[in-house]
Write a protein of this length. Sequence first.
Lengths: 138, 97
Amino acid sequence: MALQQKYQELINAAKTSEVHNLQVREQNNVLYIDGEASSGAVKDNLWNIYNKIDPDFRAGDLVLNVNVKAASGSKAKVVTKESNLNIRKGPGTDQPIVGKAAHNEMVTVLNQTNQQWWLIKTDGGAEGYAYSQYLTPA
Amino acid sequence: MIGGITLPSCKNKKTDTTTNTTTVDTTSSAPVVIANDDELTKGVNDATKDFPGVTASVNNGEVTLTGTIKRDRLPTLMQSINSLHPKKVNNNLTVEQ
């Protein structure tokens, strides 16, 4: 329970913001918070609170797994730092690159294969898997 | 846009109240599922690909990060690693401004 007290502000924020299927569990001295955020802003807010409680995420006592859901057919924005986003044949960086999406380009999410890789399509017709960290549901 | 959703319980209209417990916040007793080391290794390789100064190792579900990273890039990397279902994340990175 000590960990839940340490991260109480974070847990409360997750409970009061739009996080669905929220689970808060403690196991072997690590706190696990899982759920689906309704937007990138909700997720970012939780990470800001985490960074405030444990600066630079040093303690190794929390696994915060709150991800943003994107509906099939919805749009997402490419949020790379500045470069193009690789579109790959399969879900993995070992897969061949079949296309690119530009920085800030809007693409269509076909499905969320898993939390890391989404199947997307560009307006230009390139279709394949992109790393979800560089996509934000619009 | 997902802005129209208000309360989690609205998703479960017509169903009995017990189904709401899966949606409402809870301190669950179900054990946390940890990814196996092969899955984690593949996941951390993908996650660290765009972080040339970072090395990640996986051992018995624990991910250990070493090397250097800029502070403004740290949350991005941590978010990726945290979504891989690790048992624990050891951040031993040297963080630069």
